[in-house]
Design a protein around this ligand. Structure first.
Ligand code: SF4
Length: 443
């Protein structure tokens, strides 16, 4: 069980010197219990108190880093079961598998295909950060060849999949500098795998065929000096995976059960199953999802789900409120009104681009709310739109007198005309109607 503020207070010097920041030892203890302050802020702790409190103040799920430099991904260190309680902090990594039976052109093409699994969505780059190299042949040289090719031809961080420590050892001699994730230590090989993880300073996956077995193994591996651990309970059937991952998260967060206080990894099947499983595992509660298929249609739904889930629910994704020029605009170009909610803005932008009609988009500052929400909460009013039209100098940019508002707020068209002096046209309700609308406008 986690220590309470009072438990912690009993271990403090009780001098109330205030050097830690909070004015009293009790206040420090309360903040430490809530993990709002670092233990080392108090310089007067005894060694015994430090040892007890260091364990108690560590995050319930360890933060583990895979890869290096700009390709490093940090996973774990989550603090809540449900996103609406706070936020999820560290997006899960998404990996695509390459098997070691590939060689030559087929291997090069596969690497290239995975390298290209990056997309722009609502103004952010999203993509596959990891390549999982899976040993299937039992041939160390074939495995080493694939590791070498991937290391040379891709920036992605690696997961080395083999239960044979000799094969992992050879692979690490090629790519340890990229700090790959080693997969995996089991009850048979854990001493050799732990030794490799320790000497190479790489994180290690612990594989057991149940939660209990995993907890036993993580304890043994931690005693061997490996701290950066990722958990796999061996489940591959979707319901069992959800059950295991949920139990692990719950035991780590609610019971502070240290042997399971690590990030987790899950594996999908291929085909459409990959989409269903991948999105499910991202939601609950995989820290890394390893996919079999590498087709964009299999990957994009996972990237979208991850992007949606790992945003702060208290802060809507938004773009800078300003005038955006889409295409080669001129004084005859139409002016479209939308909000600065990312999804609204980028949907409109995409449709304008596909219409090939250059246009101005006025992204009104609605604090990241969509059109209807902003209208309902009075953040997209005639006054606000009029003010923005003035402040952005739209009169000087065009020689016509027309603005296009979203169809959903057609009700404000009359009032907006009166207040702004612009002629107000009502556009389509959905952005998907814009290409046809703009072509008609331009003709
Ligand atoms: Fe108490 Fe240590 Fe903070 Fe001083 S620095 S008030 S001794 S907790």
């Amino acid at each position: 069980m986690p220590l309470t503020g009072i438990d912690i207070y009993k271990l403090l010097p009780k001098t109330n010197c205030g050097e830690c920041g909070p004015p009293t030892c009790l206040a420090f203890a309360m903040q430490l219990a809530q993990k709002k302050i670092e233990l080392d802020k108090c310089p007067y702790l005894s060694d015994e108190a430090k040892a007890i409190l260091a364990g108690a103040s560590a995050p319930p799920i360890r933060l583990v880093k895979i890869g290096t430099g700009e390709n490093e991904i940090a996973i774990g260190n989550e603090t809540v079961m449900f996103r609406h309680e706070e936020t999820f902090h560290h997006p899960c990594g998404i990996a695509v598998t390459i098997t070691d039976d590939l060689e030559g052109t087929a291997l090069d093409e596969k690497i290239e295909q995975i390298n290209n699994l990056w997309f722009e969505r609502v103004g952010q780059k999203v993509g596959v950060e990891l390549i999982a190299i899976k040993e299937t042949t039992g041939d160390p040289q074939k495995y080493a060849n694939v590791v070498r090719q991937v290391t040379t031809k891709s920036k992605q961080t690696l997961i080395l999949i083999s239960s044979n420590p000799e094969i992992i050892k050879i692979a690490l001699s090629i790519c340890a500098r990229k700090k790959p994730l080693i997969y995996s230590a089991n009850s048979q090989n854990y001493q050799a795998m732990a030794s490799l993880a320790k000497t190479s300073a790489c994180p290690l996956t612990v594989y057991g065929n149940s939660i209990d077995k995993v907890a036993e193994l993580t304890t043994k591996i931690k005693d061997l000096g490996v701290e950066d651990i990722i958990i796999d309970t061996g489940a591959r059937e979707i319901l069992k995976v959800i059950n295991d991952l949920t139990q692990i998260r719950r035991l780590a967060l609610k019971r502070n059960f240290r042997p399971l206080g690590y990030p987790t990894i899950a594996f999908t099947g291929d085909g459409q199953e990959q989409v269903l499983q991948g999105v499910t595992y991202i939601s609950k509660y995989a820290s890394v999802v390893v996919c079999s298929g590498s087709e964009p249609w299999q990957i994009l739904p996972l990237l979208t789900a991850r992007q949606n889930l790992y945003t702060d629910p208290r802060v809507p994704l938004q773009v800078e409120p300003k005038v955006y020029e889409i295409g080669d605009v001129n004084p005859d170009s139409p002016i479209l009104i939308t909000t600065n909610f990312s999804l609204s803005y980028f949907t409109v932008e995409g449709e304008v681009e596909s219409s090939k009609v250059p246009a101005y988009i006025l992204a009104v500052n609605t604090e990241g709310q969509s059109v209807l929400t902003a209208y309902a909460s009075e953040k997209l009013t005639t006054e606000i739109i009029t003010k923005m039209l003035k402040e952005t100098g739209m009169r000087d940019k065009v020689k016509h007198n027309m603005v296009i508002i979203p169809g959903y707020i057609s009700v404000i068209s009359g009032k907006l005309e009166e207040e702004s002096g612009w002629k107000v046209l009502v556009g389509p309700r959905e952005a998907s109607g814009l290409p046809a609308y703009l072509k008609q406008y331009a003709s």
